[in-house]
Design a protein around this ligand. Sequence first.
Ligand SMILES: Nc1ncnc2c1ncn2[C@@H]1O[C@H](COP(=O)(O)OP(=O)(O)OP(=O)(O)O)[C@@H](O)[C@H]1O
Ligand SMILES: [Mg+2]
Length: 464
Amino acid sequence: MTVFKHTPRILIADDDPSVCEALEMILQEQGNYHIVTATSGREAWKKLQDHAIDVALLDLMFEDLSGLDILSRAQKNHLSTEIILITGKGSIETAVEAMRLGAFDYLTKPVDDQEIMRVLKHALEKRALVDRNRALETQLAGLSRYEGLLGKSPVMQQLYRTLDAVAPTDASVFITGESGTGKELTAQAIHNKSRRAQKPFVAVNCAALPANILESELFGHVRGAFTGAIRDRAGYFEQADGGTLFLDEITEMPIELQAKLLRVLETRAFRRVGGQKEMQVDVRIIAATNQPAAAAIEKRRLREDLYYRLAVIEIELPPLRRRREDIPIIAQAFLKTFSDVLNKPVESISARAMQRLMEYTWPGNVRELRNAIERAVILCRSNQIELEDLPPSLQPDEKSVSTPAASDHDDFLMVPLGTPLAEVERQVILRTLQKWKNNKTHTARVLGISLKTLHNKLSRYQGR
Ligand SMILES: Nc1ncnc2c1ncn2[C@@H]1O[C@H](COP(=O)(O)OP(=O)(O)OP(=O)(O)O)[C@@H](O)[C@H]1O
Ligand SMILES: [Mg+2]
């Protein structure tokens, strides 16, 4: 299930730590809150951005960044936090200014316990209301897609709502889900819906690079840092400045590098490999893995402290077999895509083929479905995809395949007269390949061509 953590997240910010502590105690006595504190204006602003705060209790007077400054920044960045300002010197003008800038309310010191709880409760109610409205809007729209994501099932609707709520914040997001469930698409959707949309989205596959290279790819290096480092080079962190860095397959990152990454996330500062200069960047982190976080931590593939840092918001993508009602929508959408791309007028999916698509377990999830439809559009000989056009893994078991009708269908190619020879050749090759269950050696042999020729032709078909 998609989760959006529900314990209300409250920020308490006052330059006097003892005031923070006192307020924290009042709140903790009255209810269950996730409390974050800050003792300077800058720290408060940073935490507001990073922690998906529901309500902030902000002191008006900070030396570095005033409560009003923070308030106007929050408005400008469309943070959905409700802000309550607190000040020692209550003046009508400041109160008016605060309300004009969009503060939820305004309290004067010394604050009364009951008064604070009353205002806080109202602010949380307003937050819940706004969330609910947003949810309703999405629900009413009955979205069957969201950015690149497809699906209309309740779990997907819930996902879209979560993404709507999370995208505008700077909170780190940790995405889990089986292979092919759309983790990268989800990361991209969050980026596209955020204020960072115009800045880079940099995706790094932590599994694709050896440990030492990964480090310099992430943080960059200076000339001479190692053999082959012939010039200074910026890493992904710098490239993603102002935007989003997507760390895919985070559990494949060597554990020592995870420790380094954690430090960088905590201090927001790093050095290029071999470099002296401290660099600072403004990057939102989204991480993903296809194994459950708890298992990865257990197996020591993921540092627990790093996980907590990354999983301010955790999103678990459902496997396709848990949302079968989405299969027709997704299959139709891909059918449209591939019939356009391949310039083949295939419009529908036969009832038998659709039934099979609905029954199958889809271990490779949406990616596998996408590939199946692409292949079917290529193989299809009419304007409708038939059961036989689906990949071997979806074919009914041996007995039924060997019925005379099915094998007839397998062995003959019917093309209208006047079909270009290249197209006839393509269909003969692909159908033969299908018949031999993708065994290329066999296919090449029966067609009387070399394996190399077969490979060349296949890659040409794929590149079309
Ligand atoms: N909900 C979805 N709607 C539309 N397309 C999807 C969806 N989920 C996945 N896809 C498609 O499936 C393919 C794989 O998606 P993506 O790369 O996001 O998966 P992933 O979860 O990152 O997989 P892996 O763990 O294997 O990297 C892409 O082609 C993407 O377009
Ligand atoms: Mg991926």
